[in-house]
Structure formats: structure tokens, C-alpha cells
Design a protein around this ligand. Structure first.
Ligand code: UD1
Length: 416
């Protein structure tokens, strides 16, 4: 199994390009199930999760062709509307095939994701929404079985803000009979990216990016070409990495538009951040100031950046309180950061981080995608060598992470 060896101490400097967003690409690729015409996506990141989803779509009978960052999908006929446990357990986002399959084929059999490292993460809201649209849904032997000859428009109120739930239901509503209104909808930019693509495919959607989305169902959708938005979490991760090393970087092919809450905290920490047309420039001070934060649905501070800021606070001046409100078990990186010498006290969903002058390199274990990113950031400033085990988590969500860090001057290499 691959490991990542980081020699800490290098100041990150220079420029790199940010990839397309994983969390936008996953629902977008699933949207291709909604039409029998070809849909082409550009700026598709090369990631393990994307490869897994493309394999799943191919198993269902979708024609998949990929050249560089362009992927074309054509779901002329869907022979097998099934997503197996083997696949869904490695990638929860596979649940995003559920609604497109029901909308297009009238039925679907999709494994329940089960628990994952960061919490229970149920899909009850996806199911509740489908039922409101008239689908017959049963859970049998760990699988969601959903059937409906034609979904009907409905008013759906989700009990909590759910990103993939909103995306799934928006896709169901696109081909439903009548009007669907999703209230308490997620406002994440990835939801807007999906809505824009669906509209380009002929869907009638308004309100994406607000908490009420209105969809007038249509009888059929057609093909289109869509460029996937930049990855705001990858962007934020490199900004943090540069910040902890006292570096100066320009990140290209990205936008500050979706990163207000993160950039605000980086500026509070003492960084100079300038938004350019399709780039962000960051210059960090010699030592950062600790910054408190609380995760919440967009546009507030994203839970997917919480771990990276815990690493940042670990070496900053002063103390900061981090509150995680989205997932109940998302502090597993804290124990690993402590192995590097970080001073972190956990109390329920709060973490009090007191910055230390220096972290020391050690062997650590990646536990989930963003937790792994926090260990990389810590390793970049730690004295000596940090060896991160189980980096398949990183390969799920960061395209060419080691190459990009090396391009910025870090000493990072893969070992087996
Ligand atoms: C998405 C992102 C993930 C991010 C998360 C929160 C993708 C592919 N993944 O995950 O990177 O960390 O948003 O911003 O876009 N919940 C329920 N029932 C449901 C659905 C959700 O109880 O039916 C709960 C979850 O357990 C969690 C909260 O609602 O506590 C938010 O989850 P949700 O927004 O659905 O996360 P994902 O869409 O899975």
C-alpha cells in the first residue's frame, strides 16, 4: 500500500493549477443517466472516486469514453439499474445514481452506504423525497429498492441541509410529472453547477443556490457539453498548505467566489489573499495567528476544510476553538496530529487547539479524505520526516497531490 513521505520545512512558493471539483463531478456524471443522448464533461479530475463511478456507470450499460480531462457518457439503454454494496461502501456518493435511475428506468436497486469513518451518514432524506414523489421504496437486505413508472412533482422539505440529497432529488424532479419544490435545499456551489448542467440538458430549474429549488418536470432531457467547476476544497487545502509554511503561491484555474468563509479565516490568520480573475494569490506571514471556526452548510465554513484548519491552528500563535456541526465523528485527525506534537483537547464536537512552536515528524495514519489532507499540511511544517500511511484516501479526492506539492517546492515522495 502506498505511503507518502514528507520532509518538513520547505516554504511553498510558485503556481499550480486547481483541478475540477470532485463533489461537482460525481453528481454531474450521474446526471448523464437522465438522457439517452451523449453528455460530455470537461475539467473532470483524475481521481479514484471518479474512476469508481465511471466503472459503476459502465456496468449499468452506459458507454464511457475518456480522453484526458474530457469524459463523454451515453446512456442509450440502461441494462442493469443496480449499485452494489462492494461499490457504495467505498464511495458513498454512488447513492447519487438512485434518483436518476428511478426517473429514467422506473426502478433502481442501490446499496445503503452504511456507516463511514466520519459518522452514520444515513440517506433517509433521499428516500423520503422519492416517496413524496410517489415512488414505492423498500429497504431489503441492505439495499434500497425504489420503483415508480413516472415520478410525480411534490413539495419536499428536508429535515436537514443535505448536499447529495438535494442533488439526487433535483435529478428525480427534472423528469417528473409536474412541479417539485425542494425546501431547506443545500446552497452549495456544486448544487448550482449540477442545476446549470441539467438546464443545459433541457430541465426547467429555478432557485438553485437558494434554499428553495423549483423544478418543472419535463418529458425528456437531451445531451450537452458541460465544464465542471473548480474544486473549492482542493483550492482551500493548498491555501492552507502554503499558509502554514509561510509561503507565497498563486493557484490558477480556480475562483475565490466559492471560498469567502475560508479566505476570511486565512486573512484573520494574517495572510494576504488576493482574488484574481481565474486565480487566487496568497502570501503568508512568518507565523500565523490561531483562528476559531464553526462548520455549517454553505455559505458558512465548510466541514471539508475543518481538518486542514486544525493542522493550521496546531502551529499558529495562540488558541482557537473548532466546532464541527455537520458530522458527529470528524475529529479523527486530532489523534494523529497529536502524534506530531499538536496540543488539541477534544470535548464532544469541539476541539481546543493551542499552537505549538514546532511539530515533529512521525509515522501517522490517514483515516479519511480530508483528515489525510490535514496530516499532509502538518507534515509540511513538521521537523524531520512524516510518513503517512493509507494514502488511498488522498487519491480518492486530490488529483496528483504529490506532483503539485513538489511543483511548489515541497519535499514529498510516494513509497510502497
Ligand atoms: C457532501 C459532500 C461531502 C461534505 C458534505 C457536507 C459530496 C459527494 N460529498 O456529502 O464532501 O462533507 O456534503 O458538506 O458532495 N444526513 C442525514 N440524512 C440524509 C442525508 C444527510 O441524516 O438523508 C445528515 C448527514 O449524516 C450529515 C448531514 O446530514 O450529518 C449532512 O450530510 P450531507 O450534506 O448529505 O453530506 P453528503 O451529501 O453525503
Amino acid at each position: 500500500m502506498d505511503k507518502l513521505l514528507i520532509k518538513g520545512g520547505a516554504r511553498l512558493a510558485g503556481e499550480i493549477a486547481i483541478s475540477g471539483a470532485k463533489n461537482a463531478a460525481l453528481p454531474l456524471l450521474c446526471a448523464a443517466l437522465l438522457t439517452d443522448e451523449a453528455v460530455t464533461f470537461t475539467n473532470v479530475p483524475q481521481l479514484k472516486d471518479i474512476a469508481t463511478l465511471l466503472r459503476l456507470l459502465a456496468d449499468m450499460g452506459v458507454q464511457v469514453s475518456r480522453e484526458g480531462d474530457t469524459v463523454t457518457l451515453q446512456a442509450r439503454e440502461i441494462s442493469n439499474p443496480v449499485a452494489s454494496y462492494e461499490l457504495v461502501k467505498t464511495m458513498r456518493a454512488a447513492i447519487l445514481v438512485l434518483c436518476p435511475l428511478v426517473a429514467r428506468c422506473g426502478e433502481a436497486r442501490v446499496s445503503l452506504p452504511g456507516g463511514c469513518a466520519i459518522g452514520a451518514r444515513p440517506v433517509d432524506q433521499h428516500i423520503k423525497g422519492l416517496q413524496a414523489m410517489g415512488a414505492e421504496v423498500n429497504v431489503d437486505h441492505g439495499y434500497v429498492l425504489a420503483k415508480s413508472p413516472r415520478l410525480k412533482g411534490a413539495r419536499i422539505f428536508t429535515d436537514m441541509v443535505t448536499v447529495t440529497g438535494t442533488e439526487n432529488l433535483m435529478m428525480a424532479a427534472a423528469l417528473a410529472d409536474g412541479v417539485t419544490v425542494i425546501e431547506n435545499a443545500a446552497r452549495e456551489p456544486e448544487v448550482v453547477d449540477l442545476a446549470n448542467c441539467l438546464v443545459a440538458m433541457g430541465a426547467q430549474i429555478s432557485g438553485a443556490g437558494t434554499d428553495v429549488i423549483r423544478v418543472q418536470g419535463v418529458a425528456r432531457l437531451h445531451g450537452c457539453t458541460h465544464r465542471i467547476m473548480p474544486d473549492r476544497i482542493e483550492t482551500g487545502t493548498y491555501l492552507c498548505a502554503a499558509a502554514v509554511t509561510g509561503g507565497e503561491v498563486r493557484l490558477n484555474n480556480t475562483s475565490s467566489a466559492y471560498l469567502d468563509a475560508v479566505i476570511d479565516k486565512l486573512m484573520d490568520a494574517g495572510c494576504e489573499v488576493q482574488a484574481e480573475r481565474h486565480a487566487i494569490h496568497l502570501k503568508a506571514p512568518a507565523r500565523l495567528k490561531a483562528v476559531s471556526l464553526r462548520t455549517s452548510p454553505y455559505p458558512a465554513f465548510p466541514t471539508d476544510m475543518q481538518a486542514q484548519f486544525m493542522a493550521l491552528n496546531s502551529v499558529a500563535e495562540g488558541s482557537a476553538m473548532i466546532r464541527e456541526t455537520i458530522f458527529e465523528n470528524r475529529f479523527m485527525h486530532a489523534v494523529e496530529l497529536q502524534r506530531l506534537g499538536a496540543d488539541i483537547k477534544i470535548d464532544g464536537n469541539s476541539a481546543l487547539v493551542t499552537g505549538v512552536e514546532k511539530l515533529q515528524g512521525a509515522a501517522v495514519m490517514a483515516t479519511d479524505l480530508r483528515a489525510s489532507a490535514s496530516l499532509v499540511i502538518a507534515g509540511l511544517v513538521a521537523e524531520g520526516e512524516t510518513l503517512i500511511d493509507r494514502i488511498y484516501h488522498l487519491d480518492r479526492g486530490y488529483e496528483k497531490l504529490d506532483e503539485k506539492l513538489v511543483a511548489l517546492g515541497a519535499s514529498v515522495s510516494r513509497t510502497s
